[in-house]
Every structure is written in structure tokens, then in C-alpha cells.
Write a protein that binds this ligand. Structure first.
Ligand code: DAH
Length: 383
């Protein structure tokens, strides 16, 4: 039977090595050394110390390979333990030939076992590193569970005042008003004189304005106190017809409270077209208010005075059953048209101005405008 023949073959091999043993230790060593090409007088190795050597090799390799954390470390370990030229395994292999011939089969078996075990440890470490895992002392990899919910990235967003500015620009653009900007540092002409605010006017009082320590000639500069300055700058450079809106910062030395802040934002509107009346002004303001606040908003005018409009009004809006003061408006004063080189007999138009914080606070239900500037994310996150 095949099985028997096979086992018979194996026993023949075994008996042959038994014969070799019987020939005596020296003969066997010489014969083996010749067979492997070694010198016959190679130093004798005791099997116990050979096995101890192997065990130390296995221990060291398993310690190092189990803890290796990166590719370069793994390669170093490979060279140290399994390197074909001067690795520790290679050194142990050389000892094999020094074993007594009778010990050699057992020595070889142990050698092969150790080699297989360390090769397997190496392969495992290689696999673990390829999977990107770190390892603890026990060799267990930290696995990344890709099915776990990720950490949400908290996105910032546009500040409510900027949102309000953009929204107003958008609404006014639909009515044909182009958005323009002007400088925040202004001269007397644009902030006051061209707007028919004469030198003795209380609005020019140093206590009511942020005058700058630097002067342009004899002309003091200041942080603009209103966006009406932009009307002048645009009219000086362009011919009618004009429809512009300008939204930006203005500065007044007010003490901060729930409705005041030394810096705030204004919307300035200007329309210069033939045949313009207060009725056009009122319907533009009503459109703006209805679009911004939503729903049906009523606008009312109260007679007032501004140096740069004639007639002048203050306007209120009714929203949610309450009337709120929104800003000032009127027909552009002929003196202003003349100041920018327009002929007051030929052109006319309206202008209006209102506070951005005021309409933002109204729309978002904010009771204290200082909240807009505290930069408290718990507040800002709501918009
Ligand atoms: N500039 C004024 C202020 O700051 C507001 C204003 C009133 C603007 C009437 C205008 C206007 O354009 O016609 O109080």
C-alpha cells in the first residue's frame, strides 16, 4: 500500500543517520563539514547552548517585531534578525555545523522552527503596519472604525450685520439701485459743507465727531458721521440719472447702550431722475421695508428738518402692530445739487438714510445692539 511504502522510506532515512551516529562524533563532524563545505576542525557546539541561542533569538525578535511602529523600524528589525548576510539567524545557522552529528537533526529542526516563527512574526508586523495600525505591548492594532459618525466641523457664517447689508443691497438692486462705497475718513466738504451743513452747525461740534489729529492743510479730517457723504462723492463724479445705495460704517462719540454704539452702520439711498416726487420715495421705502421685514409694512412720513433735503421727513414703519422710527429722508436740497455742479432747475431727486443695526435688531428680535459686537459665538450662531 502507498502509505506503508512511504513510511518505509522515512524509516530508511532514519536508520541511515543512526548508522552515522554510530560511526563516532569526530568522523561525523568531519563528514558533515565536508558535505557543507566547512572546515573539518570547526569549533564544537553543544546542543544545549545552541538551543539557548535559538530561544534568545526568538524572544528578542518577538519583542522587537511586536512593538515596531513604522516601516523603517521594521526593515531594521528584518536586517538584524533575518538578514541573509549578517543577521542573527544567519549566525545561528553557522553554529549548526558545529553540533555533534547526532544532535544536528534535532538542532536543524529547532532552527527551522525558530526561523519559521520569526518569519511569521515579521509578516504579521508588516501586515499590521500596512493596515496603518499602531500597536501596544500586546501587539493589538488600533483599528479605525470608518463606520463611526465623524466629528462635525463647525462652520462659521456671515455676521448678522453683514447679512443685513447684503440683503438690503440685494433688495435695492432689484429696484435698480447700484451699491457704491465711500471712504470712512472724510473731509469737511463731503461730511458737512456740500451737504449744506455750515461751519456753525451743531452737527460739526468737536464733541459730536471723531476728528483726527492729522489735518490736510487747514482742513480737519474726521471719521465720517454719516453715509450721506457718498451722495456727494457720487454726484461729483457722475451725471444724472442716478440710483445708488451705500451701506457702511459711521462714527459718533456716543456712549454705548442698548440702542447706541460709537460705530454703527447706515444705509444711504439716492435717486436723481426727472419728475421724481415724495411718492416715489415713499414707495421705494415701503418696498425695502416689506422685502426686508416680510409681510405688509406701512410707511409714514413725519415732517422734519435736515440741511441737505427740502422738504425733509423722518419715516416710520409699522410692522407687527408697532410703529418704529427708521430714519430720515427728503427731496435733495437745491443747494446740494448746486454744490456738486448740477443745475437745480433741471434735476431733482430724493435721498434717505437709515440705521442698519436698527433694522437688523428689529428683524432678528435683538434687544441690545451691543450684542452684535461682542463676538459671542453663542449669540452669533443663531443667525
Ligand atoms: N444722514 C442722516 C443722519 O445720519 C440721515 C439722513 C437723513 C440721510 C435724510 C439722508 C436724508 O439721505 O435725506 O442722521
Amino acid at each position: 500500500m502507498r502509505r506503508e511504502r512511504h513510511s518505509g522510506c522515512r524509516s530508511r532515512l532514519r536508520s541511515r543517520s543512526a548508522v552515522t551516529v554510530s560511526k563516532g562524533r569526530d568522523d561525523a563532524a568531519r563528514a558533515d563539514a565536508q558535505a557543507t563545505g566547512g572546515k573539518p576542525d570547526e569549533e564544537a557546539v553543544v546542543i544545549e547552548s545552541f538551543l539557548a541561542e535559538l530561544a534568545a533569538f526568538r524572544d528578542a525578535a518577538s519583542g522587537v517585531l511586536g512593538g515596531v511602529a513604522e516601516g523603517s523600524g521594521l526593515e531594521q528589525a528584518r536586517i538584524e534578525f533575518l538578514g541573509a548576510r549578517s543577521g542573527r539567524l544567519k549566525a545561528i545557522q553557522k553554529l549548526l555545523s558545529g553540533l555533534a552529528a547526532g544532535d544536528r537533526p534535532a538542532g536543524g529542526r529547532h532552527f527551522n522552527e525558530a526561523k519559521a516563527a520569526v518569519t511569521a512574526l515579521f509578516a504579521a508586523a508588516q501586515e499590521r503596519l500596512a493596515a496603518g495600525g499602531a500597536t501596544g505591548v500586546d501587539g493589538a492594532a488600533d483599528v479605525i472604525d470608518v463606520t463611526l459618525p465623524g466629528e462635525p466641523v463647525r462652520l462659521g457664517h456671515v455676521h448678522p450685520i453683514t447679512q443685513t447689508i447684503r440683503r438690503v443691497q440685494e433688495i435695492m438692486a432689484r429696484l435698480g439701485f447700484e451699491s457704491v462705497d465711500g471712504p470712512e475718513v472724510e473731509d469737511q466738504w463731503h461730511n458737512f459743507e456740500a451737504l449744506a451743513i455750515p461751519a456753525e452747525h451743531p452737527a460739526r461740534d468737536p464733541l459730536d465727531n471723531f476728528y483726527l489729529a492729522v489735518a490736510r492743510g487747514a482742513d480737519p479730517l474726521l471719521l465720517r458721521s454719516q453715509t450721506s457723504t457718498v451722495q456727494i462723492r457720487v454726484m461729483e463724479n457722475r451725471r444724472p440719472p442716478l440710483r445708488i445705495v451705500s451701506l457702511g460704517r459711521v462714527y459718533r462719540p456716543d456712549t454705548a447702550d442698548a440702542t447706541h454704539y460709537p460705530m454703527f452702520h447706515q444705509v444711504e439711498g439716492l435717486l436723481i431722475e426727472p419728475g421724481t416726487t415724495m411718492a416715489h420715495l415713499k414707495s421705494v421705502l415701503r418696498q425695502l421695508a416689506s422685502s426686508f421685514l416680510g409681510g405688509d409694512v406701512h410707511v409714514r412720513f413725519r415732517p422734519s428738518f435736515f440741511p441737505f433735503t427740502e422738504p425733509s421727513v423722518e419715516f416710520d414703519m409699522e410692522w407687527g402692530g408697532r410703529w418704529i422710527e427708521m430714519g430720515g429722508a427728503g427731496m435733495v436740497d437745491p443747494a446740494v445739487l448746486a454744490a456738486v455742479g448740477y443745475d437745480p432747475d433741471e434735476v431733482s431727486g430724493f435721498a434717505f438714510g437709515l440705521g442698519v443695526e436698527r433694522i437688523a435688531a428689529r428683524r432678528y428680535g435683538v434687544a441690545d445692539i451691543r450684542d452684535f459686537y461682542r463676538n459671542d459665538v453663542r449669540f452669533l450662531r443663531q443667525f
